[in-house]
Design a protein. Structure first.
Length: 179
């Protein structure tokens, strides 16, 4: 089975994908691992679209049971019909932003105070993430994801609210069982 998990930054897509992959013995492919070159600090250099999509596609096709986490909306037509199940996570903005702020603090620590470049990049990322719920935003947004759902050829499960990981896993398992 091929599963796609997507939503806003901070909605829990990677966490759910990791847990599901572990419990179901699936391979987890995180779109961020294909989107960004490995740099220190991280998230500084994007990989060109054709390269990242092709690399992800090769790894995706190697596995019968695979979960891809992250937004693939702009990655090409291949992904519209590549999945058996898509899971859309939607949680309140204030919860997401609290999670993201905490994650940035854990990731960079004192560098957020001592390194102006890291601090500026972190602030820019948080500002970008805040725009998710703005339907006029031209980046990753709820509107973009709702349009993506309409294009997908597979079944879509929408999980709304700040639900526990256990509840999310239960909902996914029920959806898989229903076929």
């Amino acid at each position: 089975m091929k599963i796609h998990i997507f939503g806003a930054s901070g909605s829990g897509t990677t966490t759910l994908a990791n847990e599901l992959a572990d419990k179901l013995n699936y391979v987890h492919l995180d779109a961020d691992e294909y989107y960004w070159r490995k740099t220190n600090p991280p998230f500084q250099e994007k990989i060109p679209l054709s390269e990242r999509s092709n690399t992800l596609q090769l790894d995706f096709q190697k596995n019968v049971n695979v979960i891809v986490s992250g937004s693939l909306v702009t990655w090409g037509d291949y992904w519209v019909s590549a999945f058996d199940l898509a899971i859309f996570l939607l949680i309140p903005s204030e919860v997401r932003m609290r999670r993201l702020s905490k994650r940035e603090q854990e990731r960079y620590g004192d560098q957020l105070i001592n390194d102006h470049t890291i601090a500026d990049n972190s602030q820019a990322f948080l500002e970008w993430a805040r725009k998710y719920d703005d339907p006029s935003f031209d980046g990753r947004s709820i509107k973009q994801h709702q349009d993506w759902i309409k294009k997908l050829t597979c079944k879509t499960l929408k999980i709304t609210g700040d639900t526990s990981i256990e509840k999310r896993i239960q909902l996914v398992r029920e959806s898989i069982k229903k076929g």
